[in-house]
Design a protein around this ligand. Structure first.
Ligand SMILES: [Zn+2]
Length: 357
């Protein structure tokens, strides 16, 4: 005998979704303003949360961007995601937060006004610092409602990352999301203390971090790969129906990664681009003096793929210049990257609009 509990989720109707006193009916969407902070001019700084509540029950996926206020690619990823046709038939709920650190976003900076990093303030507390209070509000009102999460980041200012997923691969569900996202490079990353990811994983919410591009920039390729990645994760979680694009290639997990630092102060001349396949000992850059004199050559300490790069030519001794990831099958990763990059470049913008160039 069939009862309502054994019904296929596609036949069941979802219950209304409540957030901050707003009720969102199944099959509808709403923008819920979360009062997370205030300027000292008494102007409220709300954090808008887009709630897309499917007709049928399913996972609650939180997608957040700009927890570091100057990391902008994720803001555009979410804007395009919200216009995507696959959200019309959704199982479960999408909670999309284009800007978490509204203070940093206004001031074009990574940090909060008290110079704290919001992504080191989790889980936060009701009576702690500004960062702790914001983190606490965000965690209790939004993150705790999610069953899965994708956190969108970029490199820091003047540093660019090859599109990559960072995740704690010791959790099976997280590893599956990392793989489903569909970018060729996955880095198993130890969770930093006080990060949203650490706190979420500790309470059983699998989270992947998408890192792509540089702070304070919109980069079309990073944005397209991000929109497609989130859609891939939603497909993997059973939130959306049949996939219009082909299934992504199986990503490769880096064995380890390390930074190449400047041996001296000077002007940095990079000779390799993000995604480059580096051989051990290969010449990858130079540091010269703006006033003449001898150059210092920089050679790759290992074979690997260039996954992060400093883009500012003025460097001090000890500064991180290159981030190289090592793989067991580096040639395959390089080949996959080529296919992936050309696919992204020639693919749709995923918002039906002209690309950012
Ligand atoms: Zn970040």
């Amino acid at each position: 005998m069939k009862n309502s509990n054994t019904k296929n989720p596609k036949e069941q109707k979802a219950a209304p979704f409540q957030l901050n006193g707003i009720t969102v009916a199944p099959g509808t969407r709403a923008k819920v303003e979360l009062p997370l902070a205030q300027l000292y001019t008494q102007t409220p700084l709300n954090v808008p949360i887009h709630v897309i509540h499917g007709r049928h029950p399913g996972p609650v996926l939180m997608v957040s961007a700009a927890i570091h206020g100057d990391e902008l690619n994720g803001v555009e990823i979410i804007r395009r995601l919200l216009r995507h046709s696959s959200l019309r038939r959704l199982n479960g709920t999408l909670l999309a937060v284009p800007v978490v650190n509204v203070f940093g976003f206004i001031h074009k900076t990574r940090y909060l006004p008290d110079r704290r990093d919001l992504n080191r303030c989790f889980p936060g507390s009701e009576t702690g610092s500004l960062g702790a209070r914001m983190a606490w509000q965000f965690k209790t009102q939004v993150l705790d409602r999610a069953t899965h999460a994708v956190d969108l980041h970029t490199g820091a200012i003047h540093r660019a990352n090859l599109p990559q997923i960072r995740a704690d691969l010791s959790n099976q569900a997280t590893a599956e999301m990392a793989s489903a996202f569909g970018v060729p490079v996955v880095i198993n990353s130890v969770l930093g203390e006080g990060t949203l990811r650490e706190v979420a994983e500790a309470q059983g919410i699998p989270v992947v971090t998408y890192e792509a591009g540089e702070a304070l920039r919109f980069e079309e390729g990073c944005i397209r790969a991000g929109v497609r990645g989130v859609l891939n994760v939603m497909h993997h979680l059973g939130m959306t129906g049949s996939r219009k694009t082909r299934a992504p290639l199986e990503p490769h997990i880096a064995r380890s990664s390390s930074w190449v630092r400047a041996d001296r102060d000077g002007v940095f001349l990079p000779l390799v681009a993000l995604g480059a396949w580096l051989r051990k000992g290969q010449l990858i850059g130079r540091i010269s003096s703006p006033f003449g004199g001898d150059d210092v050559s920089i050679h790759s300490p290992c074979a690997g793929i260039l996954v992060g790069r400093n883009n500012l030519p003025l460097v001090n001794e000890g500064e991180a210049l290159y981030h190289i990831a090592r793989f067991d099958e580096v040639q395959e990763v390089a080949q996959n990257l080529e296919v992936f990059t050309s696919d992204i470049e020639h693919g749709p913008t995923l918002a039906g609009e002209p690309p950012i160039v």
